[in-house]
Design a protein around this ligand. Structure first.
Ligand SMILES: Nc1nc2c(ncn2[C@@H]2O[C@H](COP(=O)(O)OP(=O)(O)O)[C@@H](O)[C@H]2O)c(=O)[nH]1
Ligand SMILES: [Mg+2]
Length: 355
């Protein structure tokens, strides 16, 4: 695919440039508003549009054999639209083996649909396919009158403490549960103070536990609570001894659920190493933070694919308590694919990708 980026004062102008220079067959891959001038100040706003057109040699690339005539435009191989989507997945950072697997599964699902797939609809089929591969845990289970202990673990700075504050607020204010906080992150005074500040604002009981021996007494003092949220110190996934120490604390706390907190900004390799390192503490779910900082979820979803770790929550900003949502596969997939595939309502011909 031949890809070019255009900048113009308006979307309409950019589309006209694209049509003039690349022809009617071009597809819009990505649009964004840009502000020119020093650091974006006092500059005028313009629109940047990335468009692609398939090269001659792309047409009819065939890796999977002949397909039926119901697919327009393709000679041999997958429908052209699906081939375009394969390239867009690559642009979105999805690695080849995963993209191939998704496209293959999408094709299988599409051809099995009794209604067939209308032009422009393959994007919906691929979203459905990818969403099926993501496991969802649902929210923390906290029935009234039963005490639940839920620990958050993960590397430093991913948002464990902030997420605890958001969860505490949600369960206290919306679900009207009695919530308590407990921290075993005692290495840094600031870490205890950070949690204590939230406990004070929300008027929640809080315990600080230094070693496994203190755990029983602390939990007993929080005996009234329906939900005890346990904050932990960040651990490097490569430090076996630190993870072991965390494991010892968690064995004493006996959490009903342990959520591994992952930042959406981490690469696939980093995420994989975190998933491996923290498997020793047997997480029951994963929380994906900082979705607001990156539209590139491909690496993250690729790392989670095939793991038996379902997603519970996603967080979308620093604001406590608002920026948290129960994870939902469709929304995640929409995020994954939407950044590079946008519909332009007035459309240039050949723009078949639907957001
Ligand atoms: N942009 C963004 N920042 C977040 C989010 N969650 C947490 N943070 C920020 O990440 C930083 C580290 O958060 P903290 O909760 O202290 O991380 P911890 O070390 O894992 O406990 C803080 O500046 C938070 O405000 C999020 O969803 N989006
Ligand atoms: Mg913390």
């Amino acid at each position: 695919m031949h890809i070019r980026t255009f900048r113009a004062a308006s979307l309409q102008e950019a589309l006209e440039d694209i049509r003039r220079q690349m022809g009617d067959g071009a597809s819009v891959l990505h649009t964004r508003q840009v502000r020119e001038g020093w650091m974006g100040w006092l500059g005028k706003t313009s629109v940047e549009v990335t468009a692609g057109i398939r090269d001659e040699q792309d047409v009819g690339r065939n890796r999977f054999g002949e397909i039926g005539s119901e697919f327009t435009a393709s000679r041999r191989g997958y429908p052209l639209e699906l081939q375009d989507l394969r390239e867009l997945l690559a642009l979105a950072g999805v690695e080849d083996p995963i993209a191939d697997r998704w496209i293959e599964a999408t094709y299988a699902l599409g051809v099995a649909l009794p209604t067939g797939v209308e032009p422009g609809q393959w994007i919906e089929v691929i979203r459905e396919t990818v969403a099926r591969g993501i496991r969802i845990a649902g929210p923390i289970q906290c029935p009234a009158g039963e005490r639940r202990i839920v620990a958050l673990v993960g590397p430093t700075g991913v948002g464990k403490t902030t997420t605890i504050a958001k969860l505490a607020a949600g369960f206290r204010l919306e679900a009207r549960r009695r919530v308590a906080l407990l921290t075993i992150d005692t290495f840094r005074i600031a870490a205890v103070q950070q949690l204590r500040a939230y406990a004070e604002i929300m008027d929640l009981p809080m315990e600080v536990v230094q070693n496994p021996e203190e755990m029983g007494g602390a939990l007993e003092r929080l005996g009234e609570a329906d939900l005890v949220l346990v904050d932990t110190a960040g651990r490097s996934p490569r430090s076996d001894s630190r993870i072991e120490q965390l494991h010892g604390m968690l064995l004493a706390a006996r959490p009903d659920e342990t959520h591994l907190v992952l930042s959406a900004t981490s690469s696939r390799e980093a995420t994989q190493s975190i998933l491996d390192g923290f498997s020793a503490v047997r997480p029951t779910a994963a929380i994906l933070t900082k979705l607001d900082e990156t539209p590139q979820l491909a690496g993250m979803l690729g790392a989670l694919e095939g793991r038996a770790l379902p997603l519970s929550y996603v967080t979308t900003g620093q604001q406590v308590p608002d920026d948290i949502e129960v994870a939902d596969a469709e929304t995640l997939v929409r995020n994954l694919l939407a950044t590079h595939i946008l519909t332009i309502p007035m459309g240039i011909s050949g723009c078949r990708h639907v957001a």
